[in-house]
Design a protein around this ligand. Structure first.
Ligand code: SF4
Length: 347
């Protein structure tokens, strides 16, 4: 672990004495914060939420907007420069555009993005754009209406097409579409998605199925490896690897010979990228998670509601991040699924 130039920030106790940036014990500098604003969702995706039988947080259990904004300021002071808003489904959180405008006003924040299933996006788009949001990742697991409904529990495909047009008209392009591939469910659509990317000029990101589903249906044999996605497309439409924007980029990005459209492949299970991870998460109920698969959480809401000072919170966050996990252990025999499901962590 190279500490050149940052000896002052780490002492042998492993505490961050000087918190100009967030670093873990492996020397990874954390710049990217995912904020989940709700654990509620209006979809029931098979790789995430069952139709029935899961509890949701009450309003008072959730961080309120003042608390989220205060924490965001502290995280940015610690060197976070990118915030992604997630859920559950973030658009279910009433008044979200107002919160985004407050986050967007934080000096030092360079990038504000949101992951959504897009079902409510059409109504809220004008307010979200006025709030300064320009980056959207929209879930799209199938290009077939019936299968879309089977995978998400909702007849939402027409709305995805509507919102795609609205975003194009608003100049928000390319749009990124997230597709979770599951063997035997939608893996026969890989080439159709490649055509979709080329014909629309948008980005399709193929995401390997991860063991975070509430129904505990995840099996290794249901994972469609990123390598297979690449070979399936490349064998018909030759792909060109695009340069990574940063070492911590999760997707390997490719474009087509025609130069129009892009695909991203996120092989978090079969080719983990944890060694370059620069991400941490804040759950809707105020827990800091240093990894998507963390078994440990750090209670920021408790500290906030005990009137901790900004300096206390800053130090607590920095000391917690030192203990960030080396990576997920999905491929290890002793892997234990986290207690929380994806809907309670956020993408
Ligand atoms: S599994 Fe954890 S360490 Fe690995 S990339 Fe995801 S958040 Fe980072």
């Amino acid at each position: 672990m190279s500490l050149a130039g940052r000896e002052d920030s780490l002492s042998t106790s492993g505490k961050n004495e000087h918190t100009s940036h967030l670093a873990d014990s492996y020397g990874r500098v954390i710049r990217d914060l995912r904020i989940s604003v709700t654990d509620r969702c209006n979809f029931r995706c098979v790789y995430c939420l069952p139709e029935q039988g899961f509890s949701q947080k009450t309003r008072s259990e959730l961080l309120n907007f003042d608390e989220i904004e205060r924490l965001a300021h502290i995280f940015v002071r610690l060197g976070i420069n990118k915030i992604r808003i997630t859920g559950g489904e973030p658009l279910l959180r009433r008044g979200l555009p107002g919160l985004l405008a407050r986050l967007n006003a934080i000096s030092g924040l360079q990038d504000l993005a949101m992951t959504t299933n897009g079902f409510l996006l059409a109504e809220l788009l004008p307010d979200l754009l006025s709030a300064g949001l320009r980056r959207f990742n929209i879930s799209l697991d199938s290009l077939d209406g019936e299968r879309f409904q089977k995978m998400t529990g909702r007849d939402g495909l027409p709305r995805v097409h509507t919102i795609m047009t609205m975003l194009e008209e608003a100049g928000v392009s390319p749009v990124k579409f997230n597709c979770v591939l599951i063997r035997g469910m939608n893996d026969d659509e890989i080439l159709s998605f490649a055509e979709f990317a080329q014909s629309t000029g948008h980005v399709v990101r193929f995401i390997e199925f991860m063991p975070l589903d509430a129904g505990q249906a995840w099996r290794r044999e249901l994972v469609v490896p990123g390598r297979e996605v690449y070979e399936t497309i490349h064998s018909r439409d030759p792909l060109t690897l695009l340069p990574a924007r940063s070492p911590s980029e999760t997707a390997r990005r490719y474009t087509f010979q025609g130069g129009k459209g892009e695909i991203g492949i996120i092989s978090s299970v079969t080719e983990p990228f944890c060694g370059f991870c620069n991400r941490i998460r804040l759950t809707a109920d105020g827990k800091l998670r240093t990894c998507l698969f963390s078994a440990v959480e750090y209670d920021l809401k408790g500290l906030l509601r005990e009137n901790a000072s900004d300096e206390d919170l800053l130090r607590f966050i920095a000391d917690s991040v030192v203990h960030k996990e080396r990576g997920h252990r999905i491929n290890e025999p002793d892997f234990i699924r986290p207690d929380r499901t994806m809907s309670c962590i956020g993408g």
